[in-house]
Write a new protein. Sequence first.
Length: 132
Amino acid sequence: TTSESLADDVSNIRIYNNKIFFQAKNSGGFLKLYSYDDTTGILRQITNIAGDTASDSVSLFDSVIYNGWLLFKTNTYMYAYNDNTNKLVLILSRSPGSFLTTYRNKLYFSAMDSSFNERLYVLCDPSAGCTP
């Protein structure tokens, strides 16, 4: 049996698209999104969202897979990443709230409104088989 260190300060591991996704600190000490493909041995930082700032540290704590996308939050935004196309999309341009979940082909999440109240929102993607 052998072991090998792939990254430092790893947390919140998520399996997606037959790869291991996780958040880890980069050389600047900020949490970023990484993936590891154990079939190829490739470890890579997925993206450097908005550079090295504490406000854009990635959190996979309550990330979800929705309609083929990995949805996750930073301190200031919510993003969706598609590993098949290597595409990153900004989903929410306001402070995400405390949860993100899927239920019956819908995405439920909370976000702060302009008065800093946490509100419940729902996203329904008809291609995922839901109806508004």
